[in-house]
Design a protein around this ligand. Structure first.
Ligand code: ADP
Ligand code: MG
Length: 192
């Protein structure tokens, strides 16, 4: 009897924590093991390269960009054994049962990477459901840009000031950026 390989692995953490690096590391090892690998990402994330997942450290792996997670069925090879999904927080909640089907019905090893929390420190999109159903969860940490300790949060800054809890997602004309922060230095003015 063939051993079954279907399983769900989730890599979660703040920005700059090495989620994509860790995803790429696992995918490269699967390629070395001669597994058939496919990688997907939401189209929303077009920094560095559109047809690849790319880490802040410069490593990359070919990926198919999707507008909606359901499009995965049009691209899935019949013989695929390992599926990687990066930036999973941007997909709709329909990714949760879909990932389960890939593992249960297609016997695929699914490796999902995504932000566990948004800049407010609240659960991000479908990530709670993905984390709950995972066979294995890896929480990775970044380095806090204030104190140098381990960082578990993503700080949003608008014109160098911490973004308020109810700040709109797009602030027209403002210079905004994100950095990793520890729990102590993560600031969300106006958080209830
Ligand atoms: P993620 O996918 O979680 O955003 P990446 O895998 O793209 O993370 O990038 C991780 C890399 O980012 C690290 O190996 C390091 O080179 C770089 N980096 C930049 N800023 C930080 C930081 N504050 N903490 C840790 N790594 C950082
Ligand atoms: Mg990443």
């Amino acid at each position: 009897m063939c051993p079954r390989h279907g399983r769900v692995e989730v890599i979660a953490g703040p920005m700059f924590s090495g989620k994509t690096e860790e995803l790429i590391r696992r995918l490269r090892r699967a390629v070395i093991a001669k597994k058939k690998v496919q990688v997907f990402k939401p189209k929303i994330d077009n920094r560095y390269a559109t047809h690849a997942v790319a880490s802040h450290a410069g490593t990359a792996f070919d990926a198919i960009p999707l507008d909606h997670i359901e499009e995965i069925w049009q691209h899935l090879s019949p013989d695929v054994e390992v599926v990687g999904i990066d930036e999973a927080q941007f997909f709709s909640p329909r990714i949760i049962p879909l990932v389960q089907r890939l593992a249960d019905e297609r016997d695929i090893r699914v490796i999902v990477a995504g932000l566990d929390m948004d800049f407010r420190g609240e659960p991000f999109g479908p990530m709670p459901g993905l984390l709950a159903q995972a066979d294995e969860v890896t929480k990775v940490k970044a380095i806090c840009m204030v104190c140098g300790e381990e960082a578990t949060r993503t700080q949003r800054l608008i014109d160098d000031q911490p973004a308020a809890y109810d700040e709109p997602v797009v602030v027209v004309g403002a210079r905004e950026l994100y950095e990793a922060r520890c729990r102590e230095h993560h600031e969300v003015p106006g958080r209830p």
